[in-house]
Design a protein around this ligand. Sequence first.
Ligand SMILES: [Zn+2]
Length: 220
Amino acid sequence: MRNDETIRYGFPHISNFCYKPKNAQPVRLSYQKPFFLTEKYTECPVFQQEKIKRLPQDIRGKNIFRKSLLQENKERINTARKKYINANKKVVIARKKRWYMLNKDKAMENKRRRRAKKLGVNENYSSNDRRITMNEFNHHCFNCNNKKELCVDHHRPLNDGNPLTLSNAVVLCKSCNSSKSTKSPEIFYGAKVAKKLDDKLICIAESYKEKGDSNVRRKS
Ligand SMILES: [Zn+2]
């Protein structure tokens, strides 16, 4: 065992990392040899397993990403984060810009969520819901049939307390969306078209509810 170079590759499960060094890492023979690899290895529960499994609970290392642990150390983590951001402003800004360029949809979604939260409206519209809405509107602006610069936005405005859900999401191009702004559908499209769109949206929400889509159920 002591001189067997292959033994450390025998149990390559994530929870079989060694948590004794400061940064948890896979068992490294040069480090572990003097400390942990002794003649008593036959008593090791991992060694006794026929198949590779997770380590038994009592000897497993702490999961550093466990939610409760993060919660407990929230303040400490936030202070460390602020300190890091202050010391590395340029790097952080460059990283944020790169993320924004690669994840524009996600960024828009986050912005919308923050806006809703500010107004005290609870929104659970997921990226999967967004995909459904886009498909249902055939990737065209509902108002002018444009195919470019599309966005998903509220049918009935958020300012009136309407969260974005499958039954309240419409695909509009950038210019139609900005001219609609916070107008009610009746004022923007006219009563007849607004009614037609209302029916279409109810139909979409109902049909995905029937399919048991978890995202639809969450909206209520
Ligand atoms: Zn349009």
